[in-house]
Structures are given as C-alpha cells and as structure tokens.
Design a protein around this ligand. Sequence first.
Ligand SMILES: [Cu+2]
Length: 417
Amino acid sequence: MSVNRRTLLGSAAGLAAGSLAAGRASARESEAGGSKAGGGAPQALASAGVITPHVGNLPFEMIDGVKQFHLIAGEFNQEFSPGFHVRIWGYNGSSPGPTIEAVEGDRVRILVTNRLTEATTVHWHGMLVPSGMDGVAGISGPSIPPGQTFAYEFTLRQHGSQMYHPHDDEMKQLAMGMMGMFIIHPREPGADAVDRDYVWMTHAWNIPPGTYRPNPATMTDFNIWTLNGRVYPGTAPMLAATGQRVRIRVGNLSMLSHPMHLHGHHFWISGTDGGRIPPERRWSAATVNVAVGTTRDVDFVADNPGDWAYHCHRSHHTMNAMSHTVPNLVGVDERAAGAEIAALVPGYMPMGGHGMAGMEMGPGPVNTAPMMAGRGPYGPVGMGGMFTLLKVRDGLTDFSRDPGWYAPPPGTLPRRV
Ligand SMILES: [Cu+2]
C-alpha cells in the first residue's frame, strides 16, 4: 500500500503494460461503483494514478517504447442520473471520454477511430505538440473522415492537466459531449505527489425534458450541468482518509465558467493547463473559478472528517432541468389556486412562492432529472447538477465503496434553543 506514484509510474515501462492498464481501469471502475474491482491490487493502483469517477482512464499498450492509446469517437446512450438517459457523442462510449494519463517525456501515439457520421479531429488542448498534430481542421492537418482511423503521435514536453476535444465542427461536437482530460505527471513529482488524485470535467447541456438529444444550437440557455457526465444525485463521492493529500483537477470545455467550491477545507491552487504551479506561487482559497477552456488543480490535506459538499457555486448549476420560464411567484400565496389546479392535474404542486427545497417531484415528463433531488440523513438535499461530496473518514482503507453518511461526534450538531 505504500507504493508511491513515482515508483509506480517509473516501473510502468518494465511491467506488462496491458496488465497495469487493466489494473487501473478496474480501480477506476470500482471507484465509479462498477463491479469489476478485484482484490488488493486495484487499491494500490488507485492511490498511484488519477481517478476519473464514472469514466475511468484510457488503457495503453507499450509498443516499441511508445505508449499507444486508442480513442473511438462515436454516438451512444449515457445515463446522467438514475432513469435519465441521453443520446450523446464522445469517446469509447462516454462523455467525457476516458482520461489519458502519461508522464512528461513519454512518447505517445493516440489512434483515433471516427465512428461519427461527419469528419472530426482531436486538438490536444494546452499541449506543446508539433503544429501538424494540433488538430485544427483545415489548418493543422487532415481531418478524419467517418469510418477511418488516424494516428496522432508526439512526445510530451510538459506536465499538467490538459484536455482533448475536436476542432472540426467544434460547436456541435463539443455541445454533443466530445471532450476528455489528458493528465501528464511530472517526471519527478517529489513533494508534489498526492494520495488521492481526482479528475472531473464540467459540461453544460440543453436537453428539454422529455427529449434525448442535446440541442447544440443553444448559446446560453442550458438546463443540465454535469460532472463527468453525471448530475447529482447520480455523481459519485470523492473519498479520503483523514490526513491524506488530495488533488482535485477540473477541466471546463462548456460555454460558461464554473466556480468550484469545497466545504470544510482550504486548498492551494496548484496547477493550470500551463502545468503545475511552483509552491511559492500557489494561492489559498476555498473556491476556484474554472473559466471556459481552462483547467485548475487544487491540492489540500483532508484533515477534517465529515461529508463535505463540492459543487459549482453558480446556484443554477446545482439544479437539474429548471422551470425557469415560469412567472416569478416569490411572495405569492398560491396554495388555494394550487389546490384547485391539483384537482384537475393529479400530482400538481404549487411552487415558487414557498421554499422548494423540501419538495419531492411528482409525475413529470419522461426522461429528465428532477430539478432538485437527493436525500441525506437529515432530510432532502435539494440539489442537482454539478454537486457531489468529499467524504473524509478516519482510517478509511476501503475506497471501493461509499462509506455511508458521516456521524457527527456529540456536541458538533446545531441544537434547538
Ligand atoms: Cu457552474
């Protein structure tokens, strides 16, 4: 269990690359709530590489000293939260696509198979690649026609949290979900190594309730806000044992910025798409704005046991499909009218005039996510969208399952006076 990332990544070339990749994939799947977790090995690996909840990391093969990855662009169904399915585009069956993870100095080859009905490219966002490998349609090099596979190949001259996305029919392809993270570890992480290294991609979608495909023509009117292609309460919690060093990396290729806020801890803003920030230039905060087209890494010690919210601080971004075209009813007593309407429309509930946070959504259109949902030990959570939890527990060793709700010690709950 004391294998550190440097030892592990350093020895990666000497291992059967496929088995390492497979081990990592199963560690990620167990993190995402999947069932493929094995015995102890994935545990060790989980603390060595990045963890991309719900999505996992892309396996690679070592071929003549080159790490070879394979991205497959295509259309598929994805469950954003229980019962809410969307028809979107992405890579290898998910949006965001699986995280590509490598080490500064690696030679990488990324095969890209295009199973879309239109041409695509991959742009390596924030990465120092030769001009011809930059993936801008019409300029850098050829686009990939439908049905064909092209190889991008370059040497990683940098470290940091970078991204990948198409630069061909970009507005539609990004809106449909084509994006992923490309994490490059420093060759010598030194004191910068962490125990738990989480990766999230934010995204904004316009999926009117009752429909299945995002509308890529939307400019500002989004109604679904995802973390790794999931909305709360469908998002997995992040886990840490008390005292562990944790990193959270966030990439944003949506059309709005997301101020990501962590409860119970201060963090150091420790990296951008320009790479890791030297320690003397880091900055302490509890919120970091992840602007459009950027990434941010934050590092902290999980020294405060509990269940801590982690969310975008734009409050509409922690809601699911909102009825935001209804009149403003704040201050209106609509209960009498609501009772009359409910007699005609079973399940109708007046909303807007009184607090919405306790409401459980009644029957509505098929295929959408309730505006606010989730239930905790003290009642309704009233959240959706870009919201999840950091669960910090003393002596946590099993990271393959949710440890349940935190039990606050006596004297640490608000009391009635
Ligand atoms: Cu946001």
